[in-house]
Design a protein around this ligand. Sequence first.
Ligand code: SF4
Length: 346
Amino acid sequence: MIQRTPTRIEARPADNDSASWQQLLSGAITSPTALLERLDLDPRLWLQGAEEGHRLFAIRVPEPYLSRITRGNPQDPLLRQVLPLSEEGVLADGYVSDPLQEVTASETTGLIRKYQSRALLMVTGQCAINCRYCFRRHFPYEEHRLSPLDRDRVIDTLRQDTRINEVIFSGGDPLVASDRLLAAWTAAIGEIPHIRRLRIHTRLPVVIPQRVCDSLLAWLPETRLQTVIVLHINHPAELDLATRLALARLRAAGATLLNQSVILRGVNDNAEVLTELSEALFEAGVMPYYLHAFDPVAGAHHFDVSDDAARALVRTMLASLPGFLVPKLVREIPGKAGKTPIDLFA
Ligand code: SF4
């Protein structure tokens, strides 16, 4: 069923562009020693913990992201998101491998149904970066690898359930997949009349801005589906010039850009940082959308911020930002029909 591959995508000279992001992807740092060397961090202080954490969830950081980290600063908020620590091995009460119970929400291989009108498609299990706090750090991606038969089943499921009006490309990071595959999925989904929107959850335009290449921009505006790209940016230092240019290209291609952040101890649990993030997002044409309370995933308890502290931060943001720049503070509760807002004044 998923067979439409616009030949002009394969033939475009922009393939050089694709090779460029693919080279950056495959050249990512994947060892603790290389990360510490690249960032001038003392191995006597950091190597043992980094190796312990790396054994639990492999390190992966591509160069465009590394280039925004201040060398020699172990507290850099971008470094904190990617540096494995020995704390990841601590078993903390209430922290589990599948905090959102997604494994049991899988309807068909590769398709997760948490909400009635939306279906989440695991396009790929790969990411360009491994964020230490990821709530899917234990997700069994291997079991969700899609065979051609599975792809047909996914399309059949989407076609038969007329309640579904939005498909979400997720992962991993869906933009790790080739443009050829993404264009084919989008074309097949676009043929289903009751589906109105395509949502793409991605961190790639942030961590490898070169991913917003000509071949991506060739298929994206072609679909009749309204396209929403939900980015994942946690700190204003992630929005460098290359990322802002990539976001401008996505907007020019007709995509609506939203951002969701996770509130993380030592990264962005600070009202000034979150306020600056909202300002920087808006300047880049991105609406701050959600600020997620931390999902209690095993191995990441050291990032947790209490609900009381999160409420206080957002109340401070309300005092200094217009309402439309204050993201909604939410928590995802397994089984609920949508995100649950956290009452700021409780
Ligand atoms: S990019 Fe997203 S899915 Fe991938 S590791 Fe980071 S938070 Fe998880």
